[in-house]
Write a protein that binds this ligand. Structure first.
Ligand code: 1YM
Length: 634
């Protein structure tokens, strides 16, 4: 048993603070928060690789839900620290320790919070650190949130170097959570894409699954992976350059789709909200294509020039910058946006120069891409005209006829409070119309099959009656001309049966919104209604259960006889029940649809809605929550 002096009490107080408010350090104590522990430890290994030490990282999900991370870097320092403790103990027990030991270099901020290994220790039931360093094998163990279990000791001799960390998340803090192989593997693959030559292995001991990632031209492979299921117009274009101490690496490729997908990273951390480097990149490509078109007389006089949006149609790109610490500036609430002003001009000029050179050398590719951009320009102008006409009232009678036959509008015209329910089927639509608060809730029953937005062109989509009705009811355009600020509704709520057909309709609608009204999702205006699965009646007391867990909880908390009804569809509820359980803002649960990770969402929409049937079936049966994170109780 270790003795506790004054400093160790201070340390425990620090770690105790983490245990009291885990959310402040790792965001949340759900699945996402628990995975954050892995990112924190792995980030230390990645830092080591970025700084030039080691080329191999292994992540193992053990059978007991502990995780082991190993690397072949220099090994965590073990020497005496001025505090009288070993450096290893300091790193794993003092909040925010870490930087003090480091020399110059690119330092990853370590994901969202960057709080380091001591936070992981604080939230672990058990933690073991092994450091191969100075021809020795060092080992230290902690238990119950960072209390020393075994003081640092030498276990043996070795000429290897590296670090192995094993930790078991404390089940008192992370309730009913399991590590997900897919989540960890996807993130590790992304890391491997960004670090040429690095090998990362991910192993799931329980399910006997393993993946190994290694790329020599990572960014090129990354873009190939993004476009794997799409038809591409040319080979991946990639370039790197350094200016003003900023290293820029970019890979890009055009597809024959309508979609734009740009991912950016700074020092291997994803910049989800873009920032100066993305702006520079966009300006650079727009300028390069416009200059090329002008110099080769490809514009007819009246064409003028291409907009950025024209040039980005069908573009998949990955931008990766390495910026020295002193120039790093992140912005925004989640620090997902690069601020560094000089990154803009550096990225712009590197992009412009490389692309200008490439286009001159590859005339055929240049003409193919420009042809597509010019078509996009024509289509966008046509769509804008159509939107203006719709708003100004031309063609109104025809449109109104179509809408009035379907939409049950709200009385209020206030788009800041109005809600639109997209309801599966006519009978549920009837209940919804009967049960709603007509002041602010509009109902649009969907009768026919919704068309698959992933397999159709915009033209085909516009001919589909259900889609057409949705577009006109929302009233904010579609595709590149879509502007969520014009939306007639503050919330658009998808309400379907809780069965496979319902899930299918959800996916089709989500695909459509993701592809053609994405800003609606970005603005947090798209929701999924949660109808109850069961009704239980204990005498006069009535309960609704929205999940099987809730059902069990209700049964636990009540005694006596009860009747139970399992709802198979919305149509089984009468209007009052539907209002009470699913539509009333005071009592309902809504899932807010979000795109947490654009690259994965993109990939999944592609896999799920593209041509391959099997993965789609499997997935729909499992869940429909891939872009939904927040259980938003409004
Ligand atoms: C499985 C987790 O933590 N590896 C790791 C961590 C460090 C070092 C090497 C390291 C860094 C430095 C010098 C340095 C850490 N060092 C520190 C601290 N893998 C894992 N591998 N020598 C070794 O940055 O100068 C924190 S982590 F604090 F010493 F810098």
């Amino acid at each position: 048993m270790a003795k506790y002096d004054e400093t160790s009490i201070k340390i425990l107080e620090g770690l105790e603070a983490v245990r009291k408010r885990p959310g402040m350090y790792i965001g949340s104590t759900d699945k996402r928060g628990m995975h954050h522990l892995v990112w924190e430890i792995v980030d230390n290994s990645i830092d080591e690789v970025i700084n030039g030490y080691g080329n191999y990282i292994k992540v193992i999900i053990n059978k007991d839900n502990s995780v082991t991370v190993a690397d072949n870097g220099r090994g965590v320092p073990t020497g005496m620290h001025e505090s009288g403790k070993s450096a290893l103990e300091v790193i794993y027990t003092i909040l925010h320790a870490g930087g003090k030991f480091t020399e110059e270099g690119y330092k990853v901020s370590g994901g969202l919070h960057g709080v380091g290994a001591s936070v992981v220790n604080a939230l672990s039931k058990y933690m073991q650190v092994i450091s191969y360093r100075d021809n020795q094998i060092w080992m230290m163990e902690f238990a119950d949130g960072g209390k020393v279990k075994t003081p640092l000791k030498v276990m043996g001799k070795s000429n290897k170097t590296g670090t192995i960390v094993k930790f078991l998340p404390d089940p008192e803090i992370f309730k009913n959570c399991n590590f997900s192989f897919t989540t960890i593997a996807e993130r590790m693959q992304e890391t491997a894409f960004l670090q040429n030559g690095l090998t990362i292995e991910v192993i799931d001991e329980a399910d006997k699954k393993a993946e190994k990632y290694h790329y020599e031209n990572g960014l090129t492979s990354f873009v190939e992976y993004m476009n794997e299921d799409k038809e591409t117009l040319h080979k991946v274009i990639s370039f790197t350059n350094v200016k003003e101490k900023i290293e820029v690496a970019i890979a890009l490729q055009y597809t024959n789709t309508y979609n734009e997908s740009i991912l950016s990273f700074v020092n291997n951390v994803k910049t989800v909200d873009g920032g100066s480097h993305e702006i520079g990149f966009k300006t650079g490509i727009t300028k390069a294509f416009n200059d090329y078109a002008k110099n080769n007389n490809l514009f007819k006089a009246k064409d003028g020039s291409l907009d950025g949006a024209d040039v980005r149609e069908g573009l998949s790109a990955v931008i990766s910058l390495k910026i020295p610490e002193e120039l790093l500036q992140f912005e925004g609430q989640t620090k997902g946006k690069l601020g560094t002003p000089i990154a803009r001009s550096v990225t712009e000029s590197i992009t412009y120069e490389a692309l200008k050179f490439y286009l001159e050398e590859n005339k055929e590719v240049a003409l193919t891409i420009l042809d597509k951009a010019l078509k996009s320009k024509v289509a966008r102008e046509a769509a804008r005209k159509a939107r203006e006409e719709a708003r100004s009232g031309k063609n109104k009678s025809k449109l109104e006829k179509l809408l009035s036959s379907k939409l049950a509008p709200a009385q209020s015209k206030n788009s800041k409070i109005n809600e639109l329910f997209l309801v599966e089927g006519n009978s549920a639509g009837g209940s919804a119309i009967g049960g709603r608060d007509r002041k602010f809730q509009a109902i649009l029953p969907l009768r026919g099959k919704v068309i698959n937005g992933e397999k159709s062109t915009l033209d085909e989509l516009l001919k589909n009656e259900e889609i057409n009705t949705i577009i006109h009811t929302v009233g904010a355009g579609v595709g590149q001309s879509f502007d969520a600020t014009f939306s007639n509704y503050d919330k658009i709520i998808i309400m379907t049966d809780a069965d496979v057909d319902g899930a299918h309709i959800q996916v089709l609608l989500l695909t459509f919104f993701y592809r053609y009204m994405r800003d609606l999702i970005m603005q947090g205006k798209l929701y999924i209604a949660m109808p109850p699965l069961y009704k239980l009646e204990y005498g006069k007391k009535r309960y609704y259960a929205y999940t099987d867990e809730e059902l069990e909880e209700i049964k636990r908390n009540n005694t006596g006889k009860y009747t139970i009804q399992r709802y198979k569809g919305l149509g089984e509820m009468n209007p009052e029940q539907l209002w009470e359980t699913t539509m009333n803002p005071d009592t309902r649960s809504l899932i807010r649809v979000s795109i947490n990770d654009a690259s994965l969402a993109e990939k999944r929409v592609n896999v799920l809605m593209g041509d391959k049937v099997e993965p789609r079936k499997e997935w729909i049966n499992e869940n429909v929550e891939f872009t939904m994170e927040d259980d938003y109780r409004s």
